[in-house]
Design a protein around this ligand. Structure first.
Ligand SMILES: [Zn+2]
Length: 408
């Protein structure tokens, strides 16, 4: 029986790899070097050629990266790499919390090291070539070290807690795990910009002036309390532009990239904000939090049914079931379910984007939003003609041309 599970795991990984690359291939069939009619006004011919070249480079690089990842996980499964790391962890400690920390620590550190050449190439060769990159090697290394530190503290802390609950309460552990994971994610949503972002970027309150006044004026006109407007130095790493909302309740804040402020005029920036306020007003933010809490509860419950089963650990070449090996096997077996859920979430998310656009155009200005979206797309050299199937499976936002059509 555990052999069947083993082959199911292998089949899932192969199917996932093939399908993902098939969708990428479909996207390439939509590419051309001549500017399509409906894109004039967004790209000129020269900029469009640049965009297509950027896309082609990213595509080739993406295939190589995903093939590498695929070979790595296949190797780990076929040659019982997880069993080896499990044995190694238990040879160092007999404590199940420490063993789990070592097990995931080794796997994550090793995979980060192995993927390092790819991220270096992506940033310092591809992004550099198209003039996006502002990261230097020092920032890159510091980011890595800080990233490891955060994963060790937060990931390690949560993992220890889960193993602890599992040891104490066995199959009821999922309830305690769910409560703590939920509390933690709500805490993080509220304090992310105060605790984590400052480790990587500088955030300064938006200075008094025309932009701030216009934003406040708009926020007041739709009865939206907004006291925290910040500018972040995104240009430290990349010239791509962005803006986002974070937190909720009294902790909500707007964060504008310095690159966005530089690129857009006041009306366009307010239109982008109006879209984000639309997400709040239409309750998308709270719905998303509730959906993700419900999902993590379901996942933890399912996992609690299977974690003790020797089938999972035997499939990975390990005799005695344990928590961390169960996580790996369950994670792969569950991935088709999360794939289907992901499709469903993307459908909802694309619908929400249209609603937020509609809110912005009813309460502010559809032309300003259209021109902001165009500028953002052109600046970031985004793909304007994705294949419809690719959009269906992977896009959380509708493609630009569809959004523009609705805004008209
Ligand atoms: Zn949105």
């Amino acid at each position: 029986m555990h052999e069947i599970i083993f082959w199911i795991i292998i089949a899932i990984i192969i199917l996932d790899f093939v399908f993902e690359n098939y969708l990428e291939y479909l996207n390439t069939k939509m590419m051309g070097t001549l500017l399509p009619e409906e894109l004039s006004g967004i790209y000129d011919q020269e900029k469009y050629s640049k965009q297509q070249a950027y896309q082609r480079d990213n595509l080739r690089f993406g295939i190589i990266t995903s093939a590498f990842g695929f070979l790595l996980i296949m190797g780990m499964l076929l040659f019982y790499g997880f069993a080896y790391i499990d044995k190694l962890a238990w040879s160092i400690t007999s404590n199940s919390i420490l063993a789990a920390l070592l097990f995931f620590g080794i796997i994550m550190f090793a995979s980060d090291m192995l993927s390092m050449p790819f991220s270096l190439y992506g940033i310092f060769v591809i992004e550099e070539k198209y003039g996006f990159n502002k990261t230097n090697l020092k920032t890159f290394i510091l980011d890595k070290v800080k990233g490891w530190f955060i994963s060790a503290v937060i990931g390690g802390g949560l993992l220890s807690l889960l193993v602890f609950f599992y040891r104490k309460t066995e199959n009821m552990f999922w309830i305690y795990a769910w409560l703590s994971v939920s509390a933690f994610s709500i805490f993080m949503t509220m304090f992310y910009s105060v605790l984590i972002v400052p480790l990587f970027n500088k955030q300064t309150p938006l200075e008094e002036g025309e932009l701030r006044d216009s934003i406040s004026l708009f926020a007041n006109s739709v009865g939206f309390r907004l006291n925290n407007i910040y500018v972040i130095n995104g240009s430290k790493r990349s010239l791509k532009a962005n803006a986002y909302f974070t937190g909720f309740g009294a902790k909500k804040r707007v964060v504008l990239y310095d690159t966005l402020i530089e690129e857009m005029n006041t009306e366009e920036i307010v239109a982008v904000l109006a879209h984000e306020v639309g997400h709040y007003k239409k309750k998308h933010v709270i719905h998303n939090i509730l959906i993700s809490l419900a999902q993590s509860g379901a996942v933890l419950f399912l996992f609690s049914l299977l974690v003790d089963s020797p089938l999972l650990s035997n499939a990975l070449g390990i005799e005695k079931p344990n928590f961390h090996v169960g996580v790996i096997a369950f994670g792969i077996l569950y991935s088709p379910v999360s794939f289907l859920l992901g499709i469903f979430m993307n459908i909802i998310s694309r619908k929400n984007e249209f609603q937020a656009d509609a809110f912005a155009s009813e309460n502010y200005n559809p032309e300003a939003l259209s021109s902001a979206l165009k500028k953002l797309t052109a600046r970031n050299l985004s793909n304007l003609t994705p294949h419809p199937l690719y959009v269906f499976f992977n896009y959380s936002h509708p493609p630009l041309l569809e959004r523009l059509k609705r805004l008209r």
